[in-house]
Design a binder for this molecule. Sequence first.
Ligand code: HEM
Length: 501
Amino acid sequence: MANQKFIYAATTCVILLLGRWLFQAIQWRRKYKLPPQVPGIPIFGNTFQIPASQQGPWAKGLAEKYGEITWVFLNSSRVVIDLMERRAAIYSSRPPFPMTQGIMSRDSRIVLMPYNDQWRSVRKIMHQILSARSLDVFMPFQDLESKNLCWDYLESPDRWWSANGRYANSVIMSVVFGRRSSLDDPHVVELFETLELFLENQQPGVNLVDAFLVLDKLPKFLQWWRPRGNAIYEKTAHVYRREVDLLEEKIKNGTEKRCFGTDFLLTDEVKKMTEVQKLFVFGTLMEAGSDTSRVTIGQIIAGAVTSPDWVARARAELDVVCGHNAERLPTFEDRPKLKYISAVVKEGFRWRPNIAEIGAPTMLIKDDEYEGYKFPAGTVFTWNAWAIALSEREYEQPERFWPERFLNGEEESALKGHWGFGPGRRVCVGWKVGEMNVWIAIARLLYCFDFNEVPGKPIDTMTIPQITKNSAPFQVTVTPRSEKHAALVRRDCEAAVKTQY
Ligand code: HEM
């Protein structure tokens, strides 16, 4: 009898719960209207459909099939501008990432922070160091380090990829920590390793808990991903802390060189931060400042090898300004006369968006309506970088590396005409520094070196891997344009290599 009562009560409960769920689902469907959804599997939805790498081509296919907006992906500049830029106040937050932000970054990585006061205060600090006003601080280092880059290309051509990494890293290390990095610097290698660990784990589907937030509610001892996340955090914090300790040691001994770090460590802002927050400000600058430029320079080299026609036009411009016989290296002062180089750099950012192939996800913080759709707060959006960059509706001959498309009087507006740095309020805070890193490096490399395919190793520019464990993502032969160009590099760049601080 008691058993029967229990079964009756349990069945009633289940029916009531199901009824409530059904009622809520109907209400939800009445209230919201979402764009066409990509069919997924029950419970897991599309989680396992997103490839771990080469997401760009995959998402481009979806954009062609599903139109201007799909669930999550914004597939045209028009909708990106309408939502991410014009309605930035509600489209600039991030969804929670319990593994990559919570455990691996102790909630301190700016790029994954929700749109809140913590984000605002870290962004302000980053802005102070990376904004247009600080460019005079960066320029001498970019000049020196790009001379070192040319030297490395001449002396160790097969290490061109490591040379790109050293170059970009050394610019930011000089400004932030007052020290240079060398080609074989084990600290640089380790920094790139931690960055790749972060990028790997940030790929959709790699950490189930980042897609199914309910898993985060499991008791900590049942969270099987937690020990791995903690180990990655420890490694990352160690790499960051090593540099900060070194700087603090120099300050204590009075041997420091004045830099952003020495000033920052004395500010009130830093006193309000926890130790971990402080480490992640320094660490993010090192990581974000290094990888992005090395990748973009590599990408433009791939463009030079696979469609050499534009290289001839870039050289013609460089030769007029710097001499047909390797008279001198291009400099920042030449910029007004080197519009084509600025267009090459913009085309490099557009051509194969590689830092964020499918954009970076942002979370809507308030219900919103757009062109007949009704989105609930919490909807995740991303600008579909590859799909937009390679869409014929956006660009003529989109797959061609064709700098001429940017010879439109806006060569110096580095953000205009592409989404390489992202849209709206989460736009890359280091865009100007990054653009200048790439500009001076590319101007000098194109003036001094030829880039050719390695026989039997063609470059497939649609599938250049993003995460390469510190090895070059494709092969290329690097040779000086002529003996005179080699002599110019020897003459003008040796002093840069010998400079120490
Ligand atoms: C050279 C080229 C660079 C490219 C292509 C690039 C690209 C990007 C992209 C696509 C984003 C995400 C934007 C979004 O979420 O909508 C981003 C964010 C960011 N970048 Fe860059 N970046 C570059 C250079 C740099 C440099 C030199 C630094 C600093 C030294 C830097 C620091 C950051 C930071 C801190 C964020 C996070 C901003 C936030 O969430 O508010 N970037 N970058």
